[in-house]
Design a protein around this ligand. Sequence first.
Ligand SMILES: Cc1ncc(COP(=O)(O)O)c(C=O)c1O
Length: 358
Amino acid sequence: MNFGSDNIVGASAPVLEAIARHNGGAMAAYGNDDLTKSVKASFANIFERDVQVFFVTTGTAANALALASAVPPWGLCVCHREAHVIDDECGAPEFFMHGAKLSGLPVVGSKLEARDVAAYLKGLPKAVKQMPPKALSISQATESGTVYGLAELSALGEVCRTGGLSLHMDGARFANALVSLGCTPAEMTWKSGVDILSFGATKNGCLMAEAIVVFNTALADALDYRCKRAGQIISKGRLIASQFEGYLAGDHWLANARHANALAKRLSHGLARLPGVRIAWPTEANEVFPIIPAAMDRALREAGAHYMSWTDLSLDRQESVADDESLIRLVVSFATEETQVDRLLEIASAAVSRQAAE
Ligand SMILES: Cc1ncc(COP(=O)(O)O)c(C=O)c1O
């Protein structure tokens, strides 16, 4: 029963089969092989337009290099205060931006709202000593398992357009957000004003494969040099391309995300039915954030369940975590089985019954 994250499992079978299929024989190195070229070209079908695609091996690399392309060393990149880029990447975006800063907005709730971003931008002094805002980075799905709707995305896109900022989307869980909204990749990105995307695939079935997808061609100018300097031009590039081939073929990526999201909903609904449990943020992708009695937390951990304790920083105003409660994060992956979800629910339910009997 491991709900620690969606990267605690290996790769899915179609991804491994694709790697094996393209493993034999000689091919040009450093992404100059035909497979890499054709898989990159297939992103144009996914996004319904020409895009520039750069393969990297981690989400941190994708985010840091994408932001470095969008923000000059004297610029500011605005994000949610709990964004992965500011909280969980050991300063990599700032390192690759060569001096530019991330500014985490202390908003209420899991998402940035266009009006809050606009107010923040308006309040920034316009003196030369003030770093000018050059990009907004949002996570889709968010770090709290919620998903920006198309209207919310477009409103943020409009704020960026008006203020001259690039809009970056951290799509570590892009597929989960996409199937949750039921829209097209184009609608969730460039049609809503996204300029550059970190297209995650590792969490949803690949071994280690992420793509930087650029819609605003000006941002792609030096990206291949940036990738090389970051050690992200992979010499056996076909082994990254083959992962994407297996991931994208037959909409395998969407099926994986639908599976994870559906089980997350099952888990969320099952927990919400138990007395003393509240779901901190709506379960809109593949992560569930319940606030549970501390006794249930203990019972689950004693029974061998793995998951993370979570921060209450982004709770909505009306919600809080009491001293005898725990806010936890349960992540469901493409490989999680229904029986694992049901087992966790059984243990949680037994903990409720035990507490009632005491
Ligand atoms: C929102 C978000 N962005 C990016 C990443 C990618 O990070 P990594 O460098 O571990 O692949 C993660 C992984 O946890 C994430 O949750």
